[in-house]
Every structure is written in structure tokens, then in C-alpha cells.
Design a protein around this ligand. Structure first.
Ligand SMILES: CC(C)(COP(=O)(O)OP(=O)(O)OC[C@H]1O[C@@H](n2cnc3c(N)ncnc32)[C@H](O[C@H]2O[C@H](COP(=O)(O)OP(=O)(O)OP(=O)(O)O)[C@@H](O)[C@H]2O)[C@@H]1O)[C@@H](O)C(=O)NCCC(=O)NCCS
Ligand SMILES: Nc1ncnc2[nH]cnc12
Length: 287
């Protein structure tokens, strides 16, 4: 068992620590306000069946799933067996989520992305560069899942219709939107003295402006996706959420809600970016 030395968590198994960081990332994403089309502390965005309380409960229900994902990754190399073991734990995690939320899909994409990144982090151990973690996560995602769902998911429907990579493709490519879009915006904003909330909102806008989010495509088609990308890009071009202000974010939220747009995939990838950011900060602090 690997133990980490950070004082707050002295003696906590690394699997539990990784799970805690992933749950924290999910909670921080949910609490970040104001987000367009998504559940936050002010509204439920384009989701009539969700609330901030539900999102936080869903995140907490995933602690044991994430810890188990890390545990199996200590025991298996990045390969087909691990891919299938993670999928098995992931499906049980999806059931835990649905039990905690009364059947509402709050975090399916996040279980997928964070699960793979936890696996990469567990395999490489503390202090590993996050780029290597994301690459290993991608290599695991590229193994086929023999026991995949026997039905056509929302993501599969729009992937087939629009030819976009979706959540699976994003992972298989090593999370390019997290590594090359969200994290650089987050880090540059911090370097420029932009407050943390706005730095994170800008990272989210960067994701929305670039990602082919199957959650948006399934709800609003290509028209909805283009509208979402343009809206996010306009705020970034105006200097980001700190310059354009929270009212411009709230205006975008109203526009998203009126078109039933929810950037759920971008929200998941923001949580993935926050998770990797924490690992990065911890690894540089102890070097
Ligand atoms: C491989 C899987 C990810 C399955 O993916 P698939 O492509 O088949 O699609 P979905 O089942 O639809 O789920 C994918 C979710 O991923 C998020 N997402 C969307 N686009 C992207 C993207 N480009 N990059 C990354 N992530 C993306 C998104 O999740 C968020 O939205 C969810 C709500 O979406 P939806 O269900 O469409 O909800 P509504 O619009 O509200 O639907 P209705 O109410 O109208 O029905 C929310 O949960 C966010 O998380 C996509 O939804 C993978 O899940 C899989 O194979 N799992 C099986 C087990 C496994 O391997 N587990 C993990 C092991 S590590
Ligand atoms: N904050 C959020 N609102 C709606 N769907 C989400 N999926 C992941 N995070 C979300």
C-alpha cells in the first residue's frame, strides 16, 4: 500500500486520498458559481431534475468507487484486464450514483474521466507529472470494453450522427481538452492574479468553447453546440469572466436554459482538470 506524506492526510492510504481529491474536485465544480446551463449555487441551469444538494450527494456517494478504482490499479498494469476491472467498478459506481440521486444521471461522464485519471495516478504514484498520468489514462481507455452497455447511449446516438469523439474519444486521446485547454487557462489566470473563482470559470468557458459535448448535442443538436461554443468564446474574447463580469455569465446561463443547453461534458472535464491541478500542486509542493 502506498502512503502519502502530506500532513493533513498522514497515514491515509493513497487510494483513499486519490478518491478524496476526486470527490473534492466534483464538489468544487458543482459549487462553482455562476455557470452557464449547469447546476450551481444559484440555480439548476438547464436541469429541472437536479439541485446543488443532489450534485453534492452524488459526489460523496462516489468516494468508495474511486478508492476501489485506485486499489485495482495498484494491482494490475495498464492493460486490458485493468480496463475491464475498472469498467466493472465504474458500472457499480454508476449504480451507486443512481441510488444516491433517485435515478438521475448526475456524474456518469465524471466517473469515466476521473476513474481513468485515478488509475493513471495510482499506477505512477505520488509526485508523477500529470501529463504522464493523463497519457496512461488514455492508454487504458483505448482497450475495448467487452461488457459495454447493450443499448445505445445518448452519447452513442450523437457520436454516430455527428461523427464526434465524445467522452470515450476524449479519454482515448489522453484528455487533450483538459491538458491543453482547461489547465493552461487556469494556470495563466492564476499567474495573472485573477481570483480563483474566475480562473475556474474561464477554464470552464474554454472547455465549452472547444469541446464537442455530446450532452449539448443530444439536447440541442449542432445548432445548440455552435451557439454554446460561440457564447463561451464571446466572454473569453471580452477578457474572460473577471473582465466581462458575472452578469455576462448569468446572461449566458439564461440563453443556455432557453435552448435547453447543458455543457455536462465540459463540467466533467473541469472536475478532471481540478483533480489533476491538485495532484500537480501537491507534487510541486513536495519537490
Ligand atoms: C464510455 C462512457 C463515457 C460512455 O459514454 P457514451 O459516449 O456512450 O455516452 P453517455 O452514456 O451519454 O455518457 C457520456 C457522458 O460523458 C460526458 N461527456 C459528453 N461529451 C463529452 C466529451 N466530449 N468529453 C468528455 N465527456 C463528455 C457527459 O456527461 C455529463 O452529462 C451527463 C448528462 O448527460 P445525459 O445523460 O446526456 O443527460 P441529459 O441530457 O440530462 O439526459 P436525458 O435526461 O435527456 O436522458 C452528466 O452525467 C455529466 O456527467 C455525457 O453524458 C462510459 O460512461 C462507460 O462506458 N461507462 C461504463 C463503465 C466504465 O467503463 N466506467 C468507467 C471506468 S474508469
Ligand atoms: N454542475 C453540473 N450541472 C449539470 N450537470 C453536470 N454534470 C456534471 N456536473 C454538472
Amino acid at each position: 500500500m502506498i502512503l502519502i506524506t502530506e500532513s493533513k492526510s498522514k497515514g491515509i492510504p493513497y487510494s483513499e486520498r486519490l478518491a478524496e481529491l476526486a470527490v473534492d474536485a466534483l464538489k468544487e465544480e458543482a459549487l462553482l458559481t455562476p455557470k452557464p446551463g449547469l447546476v450551481d449555487q444559484e440555480s439548476s441551469g438547464a436541469h429541472s431534475d437536479m439541485s446543488i444538494g443532489l450534485m453534492l450527494r452524488s459526489a460523496e456517494a462516489l468516494q468508495s468507487t474511486f478508492a476501489e478504482m485506485a486499489e485495482v490499479s495498484f494491482r494490475h498494469p495498464a492493460g486490458r484486464v485493468l480496463r475491464e476491472k475498472l469498467a466493472e467498478v465504474g458500472r457499480r459506481g454508476e449504480n451507486n450514483m443512481l441510488l444516491a440521486t433517485g435515478g438521475i444521471n448526475t456524474h456518469k461522464g465524471a466517473i469515466w474521466a476521473l476513474g481513468l485519471l485515478i488509475a493513471g495516478a495510482a499506477i505512477h504514484g505520488p509526485m508523477s507529472p500529470i501529463q504522464i498520468i493523463a497519457e496512461t489514462a488514455g492508454s487504458i481507455a483505448r482497450y475495448p470494453d467487452r461488457f459495454g452497455p447493450g443499448f445505445e447511449t445518448n452519447g452513442a446516438k450523437v457520436r454516430n450522427r455527428y461523427g464526434v469523439p465524445g467522452a470515450a474519444g476524449e479519454a482515448q486521446m489522453g484528455f487533450p481538452h483538459v491538458i491543453a485547454k482547461a489547465l493552461p487557462v487556469l494556470w495563466n489566470a492564476r499567474r495573472d492574479g485573477i481570483p480563483e473563482t474566475e480562473a475556474r470559470l474561464d477554464a470552464l468557458l474554454m472547455l465549452i468553447a472547444n469541446l464537442d459535448d455530446t450532452c449539448i448535442l443530444h439536447r440541442g443538436g449542432m445548432e445548440g453546440l455552435l451557439l454554446a461554443k460561440e457564447g463561451a468564446l464571446n466572454i473569453l474574447r471580452a477578457g474572460g469572466s473577471s473582465k466581462a463580469g458575472h452578469d455576462s455569465m448569468r446572461k449566458l446561463d439564461r440563453e443556455f436554459v432557453s435552448h435547453n443547453i447543458s455543457p455536462g461534458g465540459s463540467a466533467d472535464l473541469l472536475a478532471a482538470a481540478l483533480f489533476l491541478d491538485r495532484l500537480h500542486v501537491l507534487s510541486t509542493r513536495f519537490k
